[in-house]
Design a protein around this ligand. Structure first.
Ligand code: M6R
Length: 369
């Protein structure tokens, strides 16, 4: 049951620190060596793979978009991410050296199932990342890595998404380890950083009152835009999807670098624009660029809602609303940056009188193509 929460969605948002911790549990030993016993694809196949292709729908597709950054960075294997519903209709290039990763919370999404069947017919190996034991997608795959989010009841995916990300990071690290990628030595650091993420999410959740107040204040708005770069770009897409599903508002996510190529024409007075800011450390080039983007949209009247790391002072003067997230390594930032966007969408939907667990026209599991 809802355990005292007003909705399953709120309960599931609150469960995220535990869901993430459970998905990591038992998969890394004391030396930082990954032991993904469930992955039953022979090491030789993993070593010889020359490409990774991720297929998924909706929120799971956004997890895949983020996974691409981690997989390519840590393994140096090329990685494509494709909407499962488009995949088999474009005659994709697949062979036994292609590792396909199918991501699905329910394990019953027909688009994803048909795409994975197509991949297997072409000889590719398929690894499923799934939250539902014994469901069709893992049964029809060569291997499975289960996420341990527990049952997700609300139609909008929250805790399943964060655990899909964790599973994707684990797959990336595992591949790097098995393939002796040059980066291999640093795997232990990432594993330790991942272990600290549940606490970081806990801290985000402890400070959500300002996000709720902000969401309620926007209930009459018609449009909200979301901007991000690098791994923040799929986070922006996910923030927009949550708002569409729950609040029935026009919401769009953009790569911030695309602003000048079109979307900036949408900016008008008092338009709320949520911006996911990359860490100022390391990739500071991107940080500087997004700070300029925020200035540009603000100069055109946008109301800027800025999600930025604790201690990032450079961006503060341009934020009409500033939402702080803890410092985590860049590639892991989606695990904390997504959480305020979930709360934002849930609260805005509630303020508009919508039923958050069962949004109109949607089903939890889409079992038709
Ligand atoms: O069960 P799956 O992960 O395969 O579902 C994929 C999408 O249908 C799902 O993520 C959908 O987009 C959610 N309603 C998002 O909140």
């Amino acid at each position: 049951e809802k355990g005292g929460y007003a909705s399953f969605m709120l309960k599931e948002i609150a469960e995220q620190p535990r869901a993430v911790a459970d998905t990591l549990l038992g998969r890394v030993d004391a030396e930082g060596v990954l032991t993904l016993d469930e992955v039953r694809i022979p090491d030789a196949v993993l070593r010889e793979a020359d490409k990774v292709v991720i297929i998924a729908c909706g929120t799971a597709f956004h997890a895949g978009l983020i996974a691409k950054y981690a997989i390519e960075h840590w393994t140096r294997l090329p990685c494509e991410v494709e909407l499962a519903s488009e995949f088999r209709y474009r005659d994709p290039i697949l062979d036994p050296r292609t590792l396909v990763v199918a991501i699905s919370q329910s394990g019953e999404t027909m688009d994803t199932l048909m795409a994975l069947r197509h991949a297997r017919e072409q000889g590719a190996r398929v690894l499923a990342i799934c939250n539902t034991n014994g469901s069709t997608i893992p049964r029809e795959s060569d291997a499975v890595l289960y996420t341990h989010a527990g049952p997700e009841v609300a139609v909008a995916s929250t805790k399943a998404f964060l655990t899909q990300l964790v599973a994707c990071y684990l797959v990336a690290l595992y591949l790097a380890q098995r393939r002796d990628a040059k980066w291999g030595d640093e795997i232990g650091d990432v594993v330790r950083d991942l272990a600290r993420v549940p606490d970081a999410i806990e801290r985000v959740l402890a400070d959500m009152e300002p996000v709720r107040d902000l969401a309620r204040s926007l209930k009459e708005k018609e449009t909200v835009l979301f901007l991000g770069r690098h791994v923040g770009y799929p986070v922006a897409l996910e923030g927009a999807l949550k708002l569409k599903e729950l609040a029935y508002m026009h919401a769009e996510g953009f790569a911030a670098g695309e602003l000048k190529h079109g979307p900036i024409a949408l900016v008008e007075d008092d338009l709320p624009v949520v911006v996911v800011v990359p860490s100022p450390r390391g990739r500071s080039v991107l940080h500087g660029k997004i700070v300029s983007n925020i200035q540009e949209i603000r100069a055109r009247g946008a109301r800027t809602i800025v999600i930025a790391e604790e201690g990032d002072e450079e961006v503060a003067p341009y934020a009409d609303h500033l939402i702080r997230i803890p410092v985590v390594p860049t590639l892991l930032q989606p695990l904390v940056a997504t959480v305020p966007l979930q709360v934002f969408a849930c609260e805005l939907a509630t303020a508009r009188g919508n039923e958050v667990d069962q949004p109109r026209n949607l089903a939890k599991s889409v079992t038709v193509e």
